[in-house]
Write a protein that binds this ligand. Structure first.
Ligand code: SF4
Length: 234
């Protein structure tokens, strides 16, 4: 069984083609820019692997052109054993899966098996050094590095993502450091995403502190400038 926050059918991000996203609850991190803080807490809605399989299977006709299931969250790899139960069921229907992870879970045998069974991994490259990683996520940089290295060593298709937050990691020097770090991995794509404030209301609803209260969204101009710069150096 796994506690699942929600499902999103016919999603167009978080992997190739049309996706069926599964948002697990629970996360070892507390990223200051988290726009889904509600997924960090249990929803009380438990599902068996078979129940989730039956839900995903209904969307199979839409999974042409590389689409499939995306395990997201929260942190999906906290549920590696559940994923390892579900992935073979999906495979029996020729439905591929992608893991959208922060790489924050220690790389144990279950986590390795979940990665091995996925078609691809989307890995958050949150901060480019251990100190900032700790300061802004509360997590261990080493776990992220081990996850990225494992994907590279095993030849897993890998996309990288970084959320750019005004005043925290939005300089060209930051992008230089991100690019340097990214180059240790064998990735297909590296995407910068803009910090936005659309999830702020969730902090209020949950009654928890919003660490970035008052921080403006990243402007489209700044995002374009940094994306162009990144593309010029990787
Ligand atoms: S890893 Fe994702 S869900 Fe977890 S705290 Fe960070 S942004 Fe939020």
């Amino acid at each position: 069984m796994a506690d699942i926050h929600s499902f999103e059918s016919l999603a167009a991000v978080d992997g190739e083609g049309i996706r069926f996203d599964i948002f697990f609850t629970g996360c070892p991190l507390k990223c200051v820019y988290c726009h889904n803080p509600d997924t960090r807490f249990g929803s009380g809605k438990d599902y068996t692997a078979e129940e989730v399989f039956n839900k995903a299977k209904r969307f199979k006709p839409y999974f042409r052109n590389g689409g499939g299931v995306t395990f997201s969250g929260g942190e999906p790899l906290l549920n590696a054993e559940f994923i390892n139960e579900l992935a073979p069921m999906l495979e029996s229907e020729n439905i591929g899966c992608c893991i959208d992870t922060s790489g924050s879970v220690k790389l144990n045998d279950s986590v390795k098996k979940a990665i091995d069974g996925a078609d691809m991994v989307i890995l958050d490259l949150k901060f480019h050094n251990p100190e900032s990683y700790k300061k802004y996520t509360g997590g261990e940089f080493e776990n992220f590095i081990e996850t990225g290295d494992y994907c590279t060593k095993t030849g897993k298709r890998l996309w990288l993502r970084t959320v750019i937050v005004p005043g925290i990691n939005d300089t060209k020097e930051d992008i230089d450091r991100y690019a340097l770090l990214a180059k240790r991995f064998n990735f297909e794509k590296y995407e910068l995403l803009p910090f936005h404030t659309m999830g702020f209301f969730k902090y209020e609803n949950l009654g928890i502190e919003n660490p970035l209260e008052g921080t403006p969204p990243l402007s489209p101009e700044k995002l374009t400038e940094l994306r162009d710069y990144l593309n010029s150096i990787i």
